[in-house]
Design a protein around this ligand. Sequence first.
Ligand code: CAA
Length: 292
Amino acid sequence: MQIKNILVIGSGAMGSQIGMVAALAGFSTTVQDIAAESLAAARDQLAERMDNSVAKGRLGRADADAALARLRFTTSLEEGAAESDLVIEAATERLDVKRAIFAALDVAAPVHAILATNSSTLGSSKVAGATSRPGKVCNMHFFNPALVMKCVEVVRHPGTSQDTVDTVMELARQLGKAPVLINQEIPGFVANRLMGAIRDEALRLYADGFASFEDIDTAAKTALGHPMGPFELMDLVGLDVSYLIRQATHAETGDPADLPHPALAALYEHGHYGRKTGKGWYEYGRSATVAK
Ligand code: CAA
């Protein structure tokens, strides 16, 4: 199946950058959000990012302008879905919200359209049942910042068709990404399980007083070659996201070891979500309210 038109649901950090990735790769792309102000902010931030890429010589002005022209913004899901071949849902990580979106997409999108979710915690089987096309539903999980990170986890649920898997894997390659296929909906998929193991150990080392979080970050970078330490990464991803992922994992497994670490919970409860609120483990100036 050939994909031409892509709809991204949600204009937060993930949705907006996924939309930009698709437009840069030549796809006619629409980003939909119920909040017009979020769409406006996304449009401005993406234009600024393209300006930076042009200024750094990474992208030609004409290519940047062409990509921005391929990117539309709308508050209407129906309008965005009408001619879509593939939808990537990157809305809030709430099952009720996602199920409502998938039910609406099932009505509004052409019958051939694939409906993917960017969810890192909810396997697509949880939303597939809200549609009449479960075989065309899967996870297509990007990483933050989506414009930069190469990995896309394609996760099939038991009813996802092979055709859907093949099409989404191929699309991810066309987007310039390196897709990995995950054959079963396991909590955290693969990358977040690896990241979680490091983060949990870092939280233990810090909470037990063995080292400061700054020094733990330094060790991760200078001894292991990680681009960011685990605490910096939590701030980038959002402490709210890390917290809610743990809650969701705990809800699925019932294992108390999967609950958010108390040090993470304390920051979450004070509304310190990382870069997006200006404070997490670290403090950020006004220019860092949107991750970098
Ligand atoms: N959005 C878009 N682009 C960004 C960006 C952002 N938030 N932050 C940096 N970049 C771009 C820069 O513009 C720059 O682009 P060019 O190469 O074209 O100039 C490039 O990334 C490198 O940036 P910098 O030189 O400023 O800084 P850096 O070398 O430290 O890289 C980083 C920044 C890419 C974020 C890097 O630190 C990194 O890879 N960090 C780890 C990120 C990571 O692990 N992400 C996964 C999170 S887990 C997740 O997302 C899954 C989930 O389910 C929660």
